[in-house]
Design a protein around this ligand. Sequence first.
Ligand code: NAD
Length: 331
Amino acid sequence: MKLLVSGAAGFIGSTFVELRVREHGDDVTVLDALTYAGRQENLREVESDIRFVAGAIEDPDAVADAIGDAEAIVNFAAETHVDRSIADPFAFSVTNGQGTHVLLEAARERGLRYVQVSTDEVYGSIETGSFTETSPLQPSSPYSATKTGADLLVLSYYHTYGLETLVARGSNNYGPRQYPEKLIPLMILNAMAGDHLPVYGDGKNVRNWLYVEDFGRGIGHVLAHGKPGEVYNCGGPDECENIAVVQRILQLTGADDSLIEYVTDRLGHDRRYSLSSEKLAALGWRAQTRFADGLERTVAWYRDNAWWWEPIRSGAYREYYERHYGRSLKS
Ligand SMILES: NC(=O)c1ccc[n+]([C@@H]2O[C@H](COP(=O)([O-])OP(=O)(O)OC[C@H]3O[C@@H](n4cnc5c(N)ncnc54)[C@H](O)[C@@H]3O)[C@@H](O)[C@H]2O)c1
């Protein structure tokens, strides 16, 4: 299949592209603005098999240049970090809102199938039970609010224009190549360096962890088998409190418990996320990787791939970290 995959120089998109090229022989063009979170190195395993276009999804000329004779668009491009959306929300409206709109227009002009990659955060927090696709949308951060707006726009293009649009909502992802501002790589890299491990609030926030390859295959499943105009949840098989994740990382890296430091909670921090994935399971998808196995693989990957994270930890990320946590990184 000929695909335009936007935002694929990031964590999940690069995994998706690897899977599509290796397992399906797809002909992929990547469009990515290479923000702080996007790196062409993330695509190095497939670089000779794909076409890469540097550009922003909110730029109609860049989209027209990248789209070629694609049969479908899969959109990963987004500003994705909740903490950054609290400090600097406007970039989130532009990419997550306007950018999605420009891609939808390009899909409409050409009659292309369109998959929007979205998140469980659009449902907000849930104390017990799990969200289904018909649960109310109650986003609580500028990140999740702009993702929610984008989802609604995507679905409106099905209802208004009959375009084949679909939404795949994933729970919290983890795995290789995730930018170290996110919980799991942050804790792994800090533990390996002997830096403090900043845990928000009481550490009892619960997340429904999904290994990145499982989400990549889930999105592929929605692309191939999903019904236009529908939303599909892709949840991980296990839930875990943040503090338990951190303790497990300490064990896997051989670091000491004393590195844990409780810090002031994130504003509006959602307590628990949980997704029911029965709708996508009925189409034949289930997450395969249990959290214990995926976390071990992820720690091993960061241990073996310093080439990937060293430039990040010695670059602009250090300044971001200092501003955000009021502490500098050791290495
Ligand atoms: N990480 C998670 O746990 C998770 C869970 C569910 C859904 N999602 C969604 O999956 C998608 C990918 O997330 P990720 O974790 O891989 O993100 P990421 O931050 O690692 O990557 C985002 C990518 O988008 C690119 N990008 C940003 N702004 C752009 C723009 N204006 N034009 C073109 N490219 C732009 C960046 O350069 C980067 O390559 C996002 O839409 C996110 O909302 C993420």
